[in-house]
Design a protein around this ligand. Structure first.
Ligand SMILES: [Cu+2]
Length: 456
């Protein structure tokens, strides 16, 4: 083991601050180069992939993605890679910020219980991915061995109010999405590029509920976005925001006014925007089944005063009657042209379709919800304890904290444009499925539930 690193005397020595996602180290204020010492430890650990689902992750620093490293252009880095004695595999590191063979991989092959050291000079500024490059490389990456290193330009990055670290990855488990227990890696699915999970920051729900990112109205936000892959390209998007700047592929040129930015496997992007309007903003891979069905969904909560000029909220909801017929406000209790159920069976049938069209994207096909984002309707204690309250939720939408089956949710259910008849049908369907208590909801009950709900 070589431990003496030729330290040019003129450079001050700095120990790198390393952070776990979604946090990033403080911006660099130095106006000169330094000798930066990075100490990164590889561990193989069982952690949560999703509610009730565990996975043996291989990590740079204990979690996925690996520690965020922040240095300055022209810094000389003394890089230490330690592999924990409990590891079962050798590992190494390829940093895309390195100019040199294998990005460091050739110099860092490290057996369990060993440490390797190499030096490199950061020649180019930018946001770079690092990853393990030990064979089988795909498997090491698929198990979570990636992270980001930011090489700030000499002049630094423009100041912003909030900075966060978000990194996407695709995971291949023997069981399907949500199948419980400790899930082994599935090589066949990985070869087919058919992940069971696509997530931000290593697990389903890592950026939702209590883990949501936060900002205040008026603040500027910078997201350091990476994609570890191993296979998928991310169409990174924040629902309801426009990126003022995107440093595409982590480089030095800012594209302006971007809706969705492509983040390649083994690539990165820096996105910046101002939080102008309060509310919940959902981070997604806009290959949208990945977001709502495989986990690639996070949330940014923006708090502060509303500005109705920027965003009014819904101001009108009317019946639309073309061909010159008079347009009228929709009365709360009138059912427009929708089919009217004449029996409970018919209600169940109509409700099933309504559920698929209006609810399933969030609450999922079997009403199981998505942990941390969308509460379950299956065996929901919240629903079964008070059906009228649940009718109110569907009729008016819901914001604020609720507890469902012991889990807290603090999110937004939108107000849906459903008639009393439709609410009766979909609620009857929900109540008679997935272990719920049964019964029939009639349009009359929907009307009276709404009357009570709006009176407090
Ligand atoms: Cu590895």
């Amino acid at each position: 083991m070589t431990d003496k690193a030729a330290t040019p005397l003129e450079l001050p020595i700095v120990k790198a601050e390393l952070t776990d996602a979604p946090l990033v180290p403080a911006p660099i204020t130095r106006k000169h180069a330094a000798k930066v010492v990075v100490q990164l430890e590889v561990t193989e650990v069982v952690k949560k992939m999703a509610d009730g689902v565990d996975y043996t992750f291989w990590t740079f620093g204990g979690s996925v993605p690996g520690k965020f490293i922040r240095i300055r252009q022209h810094d000389e880095v003394e890089f230490h890679l330690m592999n924990h004695p409990d590891s079962k595999n050798p590992h190494n590191i390829d940093l895309h910020a390195v100019t040199g063979p294998g990005g460091g991989a050739a110099s860092t092959f490290t057996a369990p219980g060993h440490e390797t050291v190499f030096n490199f000079k950061a020649l180019n500024p930018g946001l770079y991915v690092y990853h393990c490059a030990t064979a089988p490389v795909g498997m090491h990456i698929a198990n979570g061995m990636y992270g980001l290193i930011m090489v700030e330009p000499e002049e630094g990055l423009p100041a912003v109010d909030k900075e966060y670290y978000v990194m996407q990855g695709d995971f291949y488990t023997k069981g399907a999405f949500g199948a419980p227990g400790l899930q082994p890696f599935d090589m066949e699915k990985a070869l087919d590029e058919n992940p069971s999970y696509v997530v931000f920051n290593g697990s389903v729900g890592s950026l939702t509920g209590d883990n949501a990112l936060t900002a205040k109205v008026g603040e500027t936000v910078r997201l350091f976005v990476g994609n570890g892959g191993p296979n998928l390209i991310s169409s990174f998007h924040v629902i309801g925001e426009i990126f003022d700047n995107v440093y595409a592929e982590g480089g030095s040129t800012a594209n302006k006014n971007i809706q969705t930015t492509l983040v390649p496997a083994g690539g990165a992007a820096i996105t910046e925007f101002k939080a102008d309007v309060p509310g919940n903003y959902v981070l997604v891979d806009h290959s949208i089944f990945r977001a709502f069905n495989k986990g690639a969904l996070g949330m940014l909560k923006v708090e502060g005063a509303e500005d109705k000029k920027l965003y009014s909220g819904q101001i009108v909801q009317k019946i639309y009657q073309p061909e010159g017929s008079t347009v009228q406000e929709m009365p709360m209790s009138k059912t427009p042209l929708a089919a009217v159920a004449s029996s409970k069976d018919m209600r169940l049938e109509l409700g099933k379709t309504l559920y698929a069209q209006n609810c399933q994207a969030c609450h999922q096909a079997e009403g199981q919800g998505i942990k941390g984002a969308f509460p379950p309707l299956a065996k929901s204690d919240y629903l079964n304890a008070d059906v009228n309250r649940a009718i109110g939720v569907v009729a008016h939408g819901l914001e604020g904290q609720i507890k469902v089956n012991g889990e807290l949710y603090n999110s937004t259910m939108p107000k849906l444009k459903l008639s009393d008849e439709e609410i009766a049908n979909v609620m009857t369907y929900v109540l008679n499925n997935w272990g719920n208590k049964g019964g029939e909801v009639t349009p009359a009950q929907v009307r009276s539930a709404q009357a009570t709900a709006s009176s407090h």
